[in-house]
Design a protein. Structure first.
Lengths: 293, 529
């Protein structure tokens, strides 16, 4: 690269937003910690309010930081190289998310393949089963725990299947939205992005319905043993990620309406759509390992 | 490696630093952020150290005398958490912030604002952790490994705060690691090819990968602890179909790579320092790169060597034993290469080199005790004794911490432009070296004889050794104040001015910029030939 070709890497000047963000996370952590203690132990306190304050500060920070970022991007301060930094950063962030889900999938597999069979006497645990948990039957889904809590298993047909189709379709529309952006077809871009958001919202709505059904009619709760635990933690964290992804897409939608993004300048859009595909892949794994198998 | 240095003096008008407190709160400058990380780490090192002093005071004599057992447990727990997440890791991140851009010829870290965020959330995380000690019922008391059911069924309310503060520490590490990785991938100066990268950069690249891979798993583990304790899940409770041993699997899947996160950057540092003071290029550069990579990959499949006594099936015991022993091969390659670098070199013994030499000998000792622990049947005897404590303090204190001190002495003149106080530095080294061995070496003996770890009382037969250990501990603690004094002097810019190169045997881009390093460097990248 010769001197002339080199475009200066944009090192932003001082910025208050990261520090504001640190304060936000501090309030969220203190608030959430106290909130958890207070609600589960029936104590009085301000945890919930601190948590709320933290979230408010966080949104304030995100708006300020994003606005900063968008202004810089729109005024052309971002070089090709900086765009690469953002894209790589986003990919590694998604990788870290993958590993977060891996921890819960690991718990699911361990419980299924090792913990539950062992409680039933497999491997060299005949006496454990005999002495500690007589009468326990090692089956999966674990509808009756060793201490006798019972529940019902969630089937895959019906609502979960519908949700799978919805989310897969949304991945396709997200892809088409990206193609439209690349080809600078703004009308199609808006349509496809809008569709993706709608599908995401549908998914979330149905997911809520599924939870209500599980709690009200099936007796499947977060407390119903390791089957319920893995079910709700995996689908719950996934649902949170879908929520976040939908929010990102909504922001992108408004930016598209404002005329932002071009085939050359589209990092934020790309990041949101990568995130969406990632959330989708996680769902497919969930559908296979949590619902079907 | 020679470079066409860019003309830094053109950019003088750029070199104005913002002043006041805002400079530090709002900074996007990798050098400022590096400094913040390093000072934060040092303060945490002193706080964590004070807790170790409480532990050693209690263990000075058999019987319970100074603190009650619950408080003792809180001290061992928070000492461990602070040293791992508050001292060693941030110190390495601080060094990466300072040095990686300088070593690869980049104008800054790739994502400067996120860089600031990842630093500033750390003090808050530790504020939460430390303040939880003052809650009713006390702070976390289940050991830094927070095994279920100690952290679930039997823990106190502060567990919720512990969980969220660990979440923040994890977020900080992940963001820091993403920054390092992206900087190295994307910001290298033209001509800085992969196999020309200094080893500190290589080892940090791989460390960053490990961090991004395992910190989320830690987040998962603490989350499950939170729901088990507060929301009635039973991940780690057999009554609900879960398994406390599953906790250990998840934790150590994070935990073992974590110990490499704390040693790979140290390997990088030593690989920079030994060639400089031996005035010879590093022996076996590429084998160092491959060894680092294979250590990192192997570190994912050895975790259950921490769990030999949990009743795993024989096959698993064997697998994890052999896989663990396999890691000592690439580790051995490294030690061999450092020694071979010194072989027939024109060695001089400046303080960074002294620390590096101590590292090589004492880290290797820790590696050997690790090998002993890796032998399953033998570990049945050693597990949860002071032998394990001796092992990991040799690799972490005389390993990781010594390497950090070596790095500080090595690069401090570049940061401040002044040579540090040589006399104080020598005192610091020799006092630390002697006391650290008085402190940790006898732990091997009491451990082999069966003294359990994390217990505030012990059998009379261990009294003599424990007195020695405590005396060594106090001496080591006091020695660090020499370091503090030296650092304060350095911050006040006392001392002889140094040349750009500082050390006559030093090689690399960081030695081609002025001393002290200007606020902005390499705004146009140098060309590496
Ligand atoms: C040759 C390389 C190494 C081997 C074979 C090895 C092996 C082991 C084994 C088998 C244990 C478990 C002992 C027990 O609990 O019974 C252990 C514990 C430990 N090792 Fe290593 N190790 C090695 C290097 C390291 C390094 C480089 C570090 C960190 C820088 C480290 C840090 C630790 C820590 C912190 C523990 C104790 C964790 C705890 O229970 O609190 N080890 N090591
Ligand atoms: Cu290990």
């Amino acid at each position: 690269m010769s001197e002339q070709q080199y475009q200066k890497y944009y090192v932003p000047a001082q910025s208050p937003w990261p520090f504001v963000g640190a304060v936000a996370l501090f309030l969220i952590a203190v608030g959430a910690g106290n909130f958890v203690i207070e609600t589960t132990k029936g104590k009085e306190g301000f945890g919930g309010w601190i948590l709320l304050a933290g979230l408010v500060v966080l949104f304030y920070m995100l708006i300020g930081w994003f606005k900063n970022q968008i202004d810089e991007s729109m005024s052309g301060m971002h070089s090709e190289q900086l765009g690469r930094s953002y894209r790589q950063g986003m990919s590694w962030f998604i990788f870290s998310e993958v590993m977060f889900f891996a921890a819960f999938f690991g718990a699911l597999f361990y419980a299924r393949v090792i913990a539950v069979p062992w409680l039933g006497g497999a491997s060299n645990n005949a006496m454990t089963a005999e002495v500690l948990w007589p009468g326990f039957e090692a089956i999966w889904p674990l509808v009756k725990t060793p201490d006798g809590t019972t529940t019902t298993a969630m089937g895959w047909f019906g609502l979960p299947l519908a949700n799978t189709i919805i989310l897969l379709t949304s991945s396709v529309t997200a892809h088409f939205a990206h193609v439209a952006l690349e080809e600078n077809k703004r009308g199609r871009l808006k349509l496809m992005l809008g569709l993706t958001i709608l599908l995401g919202l549908c998914f979330l709505g149905l997911q809520v319905e599924e939870y209500v059904h599980a709690y009200r009619e099936m007796g499947l709760t977060l407390q119903s043993g390791v089957y319920g635990n893995t079910f709700f933690m995996l689908t719950g964290f996934h649902g949170l990620h879908v929520t976040l992804g939908t929010l990102l897409l909504i922001i992108m939608f408004f930016r598209v309406l404002k005329g932002h993004f071009s085939p050359q300048n589209q990092f934020a859009f790309q990041a949101a759509s990568w995130y969406w595909h990632f959330v989708d892949v996680v769902w497919v794994l969930l559908f296979v390992f949590v619902y079907i198998l | 490696m020679s470079t066409v240095a860019d003309d830094l003096h053109h950019d003088d008008h750029h070199d104005h630093k913002p002043s006041g407190i805002k400079r530090w709160l709002y900074t996007t400058n990798h050098k400022d952020i590096g400094t913040l990380y390093l000072w934060f780490a040092f303060i945490m090192f002193l706080i964590g150290g004070a807790m170790a002093m409480v532990i050693r005071a209690e263990l000075f004599q058999p019987g319970l005398q100074i603190v009650d057992p619950n408080f003792f447990n809180q001290m061992t727990t928070v000492h461990g958490l602070i040293m791992v997440f508050g001292a060693v890791m941030p110190a390495f991140t601080g060094l990466a912030n300072w040095m990686v851009p300088l070593m690869i010829g980049a104008p800054d870290m790739a994502l400067p604002r996120m860089n600031n965020w990842s630093f500033w959330i750390l003090p808050f995380a530790f504020l939460i952790l430390l303040s939880s000690l003052f809650l009713e019922g006390g702070g976390p008391n289940f050991g830094w490994t927070f095994y279920a059911p100690l952290s679930t069924t039997y823990s106190n309310d502060s567990t919720a705060l512990f969980v969220f503060s660990v979440h923040i520490m994890g977020a900080s590490s992940i963001m820091g690691a993403i920054n390092v990785i992206v900087t190295i991938f994307n910001m290298r100066a033209p001509g800085m090819t992969w196999m020309k990268m200094p080893l500190f950069v290589w080892t940090w690249l791989i460390t960053a990968f490990l961090l991004i891979a395992v910190m989320p798993v830690l987040a998962g583990a603490v989350t499950m602890v939170l729901t088990d304790k507060f929301f009635g899940t039973s991940f780690f409770d057999a009554a609900g179909g879960g398994d406390p041993v599953m906790f250990q699997h998840i934790f150590w899947f994070f935990g073992h790579p974590e110990v490499y996160i704390m040693i790979l950057p140290a390997f990088g540092i030593i690989s920079q320092i030994v060639p400089t003071f031996s005035r010879k290029p590093l022996f076996g550069y590429s084998s160092m790169v491959y060894a680092t990579t294979s250590i990192a990959l192997l570190s994912f499949i050895v975790w259950a060597h921490h769990m030999f006594t949990t009743g795993m099936p024989l096959f698993a015991e064997m697998f994890f034993m052999f896989a663990t022993m396999l890691i000592s091969v690439p580790t051995g390659v490294k030690v061999f290469n450092w020694v071979a670098t010194m072989w027939r070199g024109a060695i001089s013994f400046e303080v960074p080199m002294l620390f590096a030499l101590a590292f090589i000998v004492l880290f290797t000792l820790g590696g050997f005790s690790g090998l002993m622990l890796a032998i399953t049947p033998v570990d049945f005897q050693y597990h949860d004794t002071y032998f394990v404590v001796a092992h990991f303090h040799y690799v972490l204190v005389t390993g990781a911490v010594f390497s950090i001190m070596a790095a500080v002495y090595y690069w401090l003149p570049k940061w401040t432009g002044k040579m540090y106080d040589e006399t104080l530095a020598k005192w610091h080294f020799w006092c630390s070296l002697i006391s650290v061995n008085v402190l940790f070496f006898p732990m091997h003996f009491v451990g082999l004889a069966g003294m359990p770890r994390r217990i505030p009382d012990y059998s009379l037969q261990f009294a003599d050794f424990n007195q020695w250990i405590s005396i060594g501990g106090f001496a080591f603690g006091l020695s660090q104040f020499i370091f503090l004094a030296l650092l304060l002097k350095a911050c006040r810019k006392e001392g002889e001015p140094v040349s750009d190169k500082v050390w006559d045997g030093a090689e690399g881009l960081e030695w081609e910029i002025p001393s002290p390093a200007p606020y902005h460097t390499f705004e146009t990248p140098p060309v590496v030939k």
